[in-house]
Design a protein around this ligand. Sequence first.
Ligand code: ADP
Ligand code: ZN
Ligand code: ZN
Length: 835
Amino acid sequence: MTLHRIAVDAPLWDALDYVHAETLPRGCLVRVPLGRQNVLGVVLGPAEGSTTPEASLRAVSEVVSALPALDADWLDLLQFAAAYYQRPLGELMAAALPTWLRHHGAAAAAKRVAAWHQRREPQAFRLTPAGGAALAQQLSPRHAALWRLAAALGLKTLQAAGAATPAALIHHDAAPRLQLDAARKLHPKAAALLRDWAAQGWVEAVRDVAQDVAQDLVRNAMPIAMRDVAHNEALHAPQAKPNTPPPTQQATLPPALQAAQQAAVDAIRTARGYAPFLLFGVTGSGKTEVYLQLAAHVLAQDPQAQVLVLTPEINLTPQLVQRFAERFPGERLAVLHSGLAEAERFDHWYAAHSGAARIVLGTRLAALASLPQLALIVVDEEHDASYKQQEGARYSARDLAVWRARQRGIAAVLGSATPSLESWRAAQRGRYRLLELPERASGSLPAVRLLHAGQDPLLRQGGLIGQALFEAITRRLARGEQSLLFLNRRGYAPVIRCPDCGWLSDCPHCDAHLVYHRTDRSLRCHHCGHRAAVPRACPDCGSLDLQPLGRGTQRVEEALATLFPQARIARIDADTARRKGAAQAGFAQMHAGEVDILVGTQMITKGHDFQRVTLVAALNPDAGLFTHDLRGPERLFAQLMQAAGRAGRADSRPADIACADAAASSSAPEMLVQTAYPEHGLYRALVAHDYPGFAARELKERQHGGMPPFSHQALLRAEHKKPEVLDAFLAQAIQLAAAIASAGQGSAGLPQASLAPSGGEAGNAGFGGRTPTGLMVYPPVPASLARVADVHRTHVLVEGSSRAALQDFLVRWRGALQQAKARVRWAIDVDPTEF
Ligand code: ADP
Ligand code: ZN
Ligand code: ZN
């Protein structure tokens, strides 16, 4: 009996000890009893110094032997992530391992894996000319069953064919394909025979498109309109055997790189060991092309190498998957994202884990995938907020990706037109190498025009579409070009309106409408926090008919329909996207040119390469300027730049005389921003397409305020139905923090935490207490969504200049909080991005 320490699939802080007859390797997947359940576990190693007497230890229920053990790198990754993000290892495992595996035992896993491999075996065969000759000579007429098989492959006896030479028996092109299933009915050992004949070159495997699961899975991640392409790819997918030469590949030929692209590819290709790069290039500058050519290089260099490509949203960036599928028709792609069915995701995960999939595309959860031969990591749109998980183990996929690159000594490429300020500063300090793609590969960037909302007659009358925007859309409609209008998320919250007199629920303290919160029927100001009850009657005219106005996008759609009755208008937002496939259909219509004006939220500003859009308009971006979220401006800028990138994608330079007319008649691409603050530095930088200028200004402010990336933060998030209980817990948490701080006083190397004075009116009042390695613990404040479904949410911010000191503090604080056994739900969020 050997004792094993096993991490189990349960939110436990410690691994548990189990016995098993043989010694199991580290990383081995097992199922173990836990309470009355049987859960998935991963062997961490022998249980040295186990405190539990062996007799009372429970035994491993079964070993999931169909799956290769997880490797040391993966285990280290998970242990690092659990420690860094202050979460139980089991919780990280639950996030990283496919749910299907957590719900199925060893036998089911073995069956699924066998089926997976079988689907990869050739399912149909065809006789080769050499095979025809060889079989005709060697098969004895007495082998009836073998003859049946050969005949089904098209081989005829000499007599029947009446031909002079055996080679003439078969016209290879006309040779029928024999399905494995059919072959099995003709000969009990058909599968082995055919494999043997294939090895001799007598038959060749014919790929059966319908069976090709890898390509199926890629197709599933794509909108319907694109599936035909993938279907064609499947026809050209190679055979399963690694040593058979791939059939003619119909890969799209890579374009010749532009100088800046080439320089980037060369720099990354020639880098040795851990090499993080920040690929800074405007939308359309050819970043994806750089990823593609790097991947091609890495895959060609090492027949086993795997490439991981992270993308914020698979469904909003289907073109990324499509481009990889097109460029690498011979490679098996795995696609990992939360939209897959459980079993499907297991198959993809297994494809990556077994090394069969050499290109793995996925959203943040793919950062935790098992990739034994990982050789290159790409993080596309690295600034995107969705890389941070916002519940459970709140990891940052981007940061873990960089950690993995360091662990494996490989290159990581973070790409963005508007890098996160963290990455930008890392590049400035030389921690990341900056690579720039300053120009668009095709088309041109739109000119940005700011429309002063305060001076626009239509906007001042409460309209949503200003005069200049009206005119700009009119011009697009006249020329058959497309316009794209988007609203900031805040802007689509409903407001209360009186249909009789037009009264709107305005905030008494701000120039903003109060937003109607359905959950508690309140009106709230998203700027200053003012809160009011929904009045029973209109304060102006007494009407009892007060109604919430529809969401902003819907209102815009209605306004457009009135202004442009002849236009074809489509809307894509959270409401319409709820219907399955509706967003996809909307995008497909847009691509097909069946839509003149597309209205939506940020969703429509991502990734799509709309060829006919020459006008993009941001209707109400200002809210992003004044959030208390320190990343508000950064996000707004990124969003506007991204939106700008949707216009002018088409190459407007005339390619030949015939196109010159068409090119001349298309409008110069343009982005309009309706704002009350046209002088704001953020918008000025936008007009100049000046990310570095914007970043420099923001970084200066962050430095001044001691905010990230000049400091490191963590939040203690707590929630409870009763505010008193919550307050008591947070008071205790603050006391514990103070105790840890004072215990650290004097003893070198331990962090010293200062407590910011609570109730101070200036939030920065406590900064004077900061020591070089010190930490600041701020008073509790309500979360921006302070109450959700009657649960109150409050958090405590901890900030420090040293990551190590913060980590050290968090470990102690978490331990102390756990011992406090409070009734509230709480968790620590390291490097928080939502407040
Ligand atoms: P990004 O990822 O930066 O938005 P893409 O790689 O998608 O940029 O490139 C934008 C467009 O330019 C795509 O249509 C792409 O095919 C094309 N493109 C990129 N690089 C080149 C090149 N070197 N030559 C010609 N076209 C290119
Ligand atoms: Zn207000
Ligand atoms: Zn009224």
